[in-house]
Design a protein around this ligand. Structure first.
Ligand code: G1P
Length: 287
């Protein structure tokens, strides 16, 4: 079954990035000149998925403005003959069919996903977290959809993160963390190093069976007192197979200051018009 719908939870408060995120949604922080959320939407569109639900919250109005038409700006760019910029701006408002719903209280990622129930209906769907962006030849969510196509069960996108980092992630317990596709035995949200079954972490990309909604409804608050998607997926894994897929690509945690800086530098170096000058600037810093 083709994956037709994607959900982007974007209601988080961005406390790791204050004060920048006091009034601005963290999803709008730019990597060079593009909001991280736009990179995530483009990944979805490249994978052939056109219906996207963004779960927002209070103070996230800039997100809707960004993906809307911007008539004054378009007219201004047209009048000034700035054709390239105009094309760029027009492209954003026609990228995909974007829908919005508000998560009224910050009760956790599991609860945010539950807000997508009506939109999703009874079919498998993609979930992408905006804190994780991945530079890859093939869009990561498309890689997961291909695995879904073969397995017909839930797939979580993973990479090894090192044992010193397991406490920050949802972690997979499996017989073979080296395998590119492997059955999940257990999922634990933010385990202590001593409790983690491996250092294979779930990194913000999922294709999920709709049975998850009924499970989330009765999932108790877990790590951080929040209703965790990982806990609901762990229950799902006890009822039907859930697969961990190690995706290809360079992943950045842009919700973290260092991860954000790494993404900024590396994306800038990939830009033709910036790379040469920026590289010589970076080289000059070594002295
Ligand atoms: C969330 C998920 C966690 C996942 C992480 C990175 O945690 O709950 O399972 O490993 O994103 O994608 P957060 O970073 O929001 O605390």
């Amino acid at each position: 079954m083709k994956i037709k719908k994607a959900v982007i939870p974007a209601a988080g408060m961005g406390t790791r990035f204050l004060p920048a995120t006091k009034a601005m949604p963290k999803e709008m922080l730019p990597i060079v000149d593009k909001p991280t959320l736009q990179l995530v939407v483009e990944e979805i569109v490249e994978a052939g998925i056109e219906d996207i639900l963004i779960i927002t919250g209070r103070g996230k109005g800039a997100i809707e403005d960004h993906f809307d038409k911007s008539i004054e700006l378009e007219n201004l760019l047209r009048d000034k003959g700035k054709d390239e910029e105009l094309e760029e701006v027009l492209k954003i408002s026609s990228l995909a069919n974007i829908f919005y719903i508000r998560q009224k209280e910050p009760l956790g990622l599991g609860h945010a996903v539950l807000c997508a129930r009506q939109f999703v209906g009874n079919e498998p769907f993609a979930v992408l977290l905006g804190d994780d962006i991945v530079y890859a030849d093939e869009p990561v969510i498309g890689q997961l959809a291909a695995v879904y196509d073969e397995k017909k069960n839930t797939v979580v996108g993973c990479q090894r993160v090192g044992w010193e980092n397991v406490h920050k992630y949802g972690v997979v317990d499996t017989d073979d963390p080296e395998a590119s596709v492997v059955k999940v035995k257990r999922l634990t949200e933010k385990p202590e190093r001593s409790e983690a079954g491996s250092d294979l972490a779930v990194l913000g990309r999922y294709i999920i069976d709709p049975e998850i909604f009924e499970i989330i409804e009765t999932t108790k608050p877990g790590a951080g007192g929040e209703i965790q998607l990982t806990d609901a997926l762990n229950i799902l894994a006890s009822r039907q197979p859930v697969w961990a897929y190690t995706f290809e690509g360079r992943r950045y945690d842009v919700g973290d200051k260092l991860g954000f800086l790494e993404a900024t530098v590396e994306y800038a170096l990939r830009r033709k018009e910036l790379s040469e000058e920026f590289k010589s600037y970076l080289t000059s810093l070594k002295d």
